[in-house]
Design a protein around this ligand. Structure first.
Ligand code: GH3
Ligand code: MG
Ligand code: MG
Length: 458
């Protein structure tokens, strides 16, 4: 806004300096000495042509036009009663004078202002003026190229408060030239500050505008560019509305993403818990014998190793029971496998009933052979557990569900206080004790105590 106002101001300054150049040239003694015709030709060729400037004229001390850049020969005319002549004649040090706007008075078909500079003779006395006509319509065209928005106004006025050009015009397509503006507080302030800006309501149309003003250097002219606050805010609102819409979209996007993320998490959580359950089931399956619900052989193998190491560390006695059903093959052959399975289940239950401590654990060693690991238990304790299991098996209630007389069981017991070596020694000796029970007539318990196995429970 400021720069556009400035470029228009520059234009006007150029007109002023063109006249300045002319007066300088005319004042030089060499030019003054030339014949008038030659002198005028030279001077006007120097001034150049500009579509917005009317004819440049040289006027003598009496106000008679002595040269005219357009007609070549001056019309017989006097400007002795014009303000731009009188002002230069009667006042000292005016420099460039800008007349009040004149409605076609100068005869150039539109509102204009006259610019004048004083000419002095060799003695420094008043010798006339050089004048030019500035067509305000041309300035208006210039103003129309300034984008001040739909409700903006750009005004050029003289410092006495007279409008030279106002665009857009507030009075039907003219330049509004000659209209007096309100020379109130804001006007005084502009004169004082020369350049600046302020927000104020413009009296003629009541529109609130942000106005930037600048006095044209060295000239009694002020240019004001006013942008309507509504226009400024409209643009701002448009941008703000976009920001709001975009922000809302982004927020919505984030909410949707968060919701989907949450749903995905939930889904995964469910899948994971399903998976965990499955894993638990699988790992249970991996160590459990499905028929009896006791640990399987794999479970037994890892458990006996662990208990062996633990007993070795704690220097405690570890006992192992091997239980085998007597003549089970015959039973199966006679009553069928389902009945045999039932017997296996009954024995497993009896094992569960016979062991008391949380550390004790029974497992299906293979076929109709079971093993019971008894940590921290010496031979006597192990024998008691064997008796308990046997008693539970004998006193079971389920046999009534069996078709025939249930088979008896043989038990081999072995105890050891581990010191080096491995658990196989214990397994082998329990097996040997079982073998001995079979040898000795079955339906009985035999024991083998390895080193320290007979000792008191640690
Ligand atoms: P012993 O008194 O010498 O132990 O004779 P036994 O017949 O019990 O021993 P043997 O090793 O000859 O036979 C074991 C039988 O156990 C063979 C098989 O019929 C039976 N058996 C092994 N596993 C199962 C099972 O899962 N279900 C059933 N019903 N029977 C099984
Ligand atoms: Mg058997
Ligand atoms: Mg067997």
């Amino acid at each position: 806004m400021r720069s556009k106002g400035t470029s228009i101001a520059r234009n006007i300054e150029v007109y002023g300096s063109a006249l300045q150049r002319l007066t300088d040239v005319l004042a030089s003694p060499e030019v003054a000495g030339l014949a008038p015709e030659l002198r005028n030709k030279l001077v006007f060729s120097l001034a150049g042509r500009s579509p917005d400037l009317g004819p440049i004229r040289i006027v003598d001390a009496l106000g008679n036009v002595v040269a005219d850049s357009e007609s070549g020969r001056p019309r017989e005319e006097t400007v002795a009663d014009h303000d731009y002549f009188l002002a230069q004649r009667d006042q000292q040090g005016l420099g460039l004078y800008i007349s009040a706007p004149v409605k076609d008075r100068l005869g150039y078909g539109a509102d204009s202002v006259a610019l004048s500079r004083k000419l002095l003779d060799g003695n420094g006395a008043f010798a006339g003026i050089v004048s030019a006509v500035l067509r305000l319509g041309y300035l208006r065209t210039l103003f129309q190229h300034v984008d001040v928005g739909p409700h903006g106004v750009i005004t050029l006025f003289s410092t006495d408060g007279t409008i030279l050009v106002r665009e857009p015009s507030l009075s039907n397509g003219t330049t509004d030239a000659g209209v007096r503006i309100n020379t109130g507080w804001n006007f005084q302030r502009m004169l004082k500050e020369k350049t600046g800006s302020f927000v104020g309501r413009y009296t003629p149309d009541g529109v609130n505008r942000m106005r930037a003003f600048r006095q044209i250097d060295g000239l009694p002219l002020m240019i004001v560019v006013g942008l309507a606050l509504d226009d400024i805010y409209a643009e701002w609102w448009q941008r703000a509305t976009w920001s709001i819409v975009i922000t809302a979209l982004v927020c919505a996007g984030i909410i949707i993403l968060a919701w989907r993320f949450k749903r995905e998490l939930k889904r995964r959580e469910l899948a994971e818990s399903d998976l965990a359950e499955l894993a638990k089931e699988l790992s249970g399956m991996a160590v459990t014998d499905p028929l009896t619900g006791l640990g399987n052989r794999r479970h037994f193998d890892s458990l006996i190793q662990r208990e062996w190491r633990r007993a070795a560390r704690a220097k405690s006695v570890l006992s192992l029971l091997m239980i085998d059903i007597d003549h089970f093959k015959d039973f199966n052959d006679r009553y069928g496998h389902p009945q045999g399975d039932e017997v296996l289940r009954i024995l497993a239950k009896s094992i569960g009933a016979g062991i008391r401590r949380p550390g004790d654990s029974g497992a299906r060693y293979g076929g109709e052979e079971f093993a019971v690991i008894l940590p921290d238990t010496d031979l006597r304790g192990a024998l008691t557990v064997a008796d308990n299991i046997r008693a539970a098996y004998m006193n079971r209630e389920e046999p009534r569900a069996l078709a025939g007389e249930p088979p008896t069981i043989s038990i081999g017991v072995s105890s050891v206080r581990p010191a080096g070596g491995g658990e196989t020694a214990l397994v082998r000796s329990a097996d040997q004790a079982l073998y001995a029970a079979k040898e000795n007539g079955r339906n009985r318990t035999e024991t083998i105590a390895l080193n320290g196995g007979r000792g008191a429970t640690a």
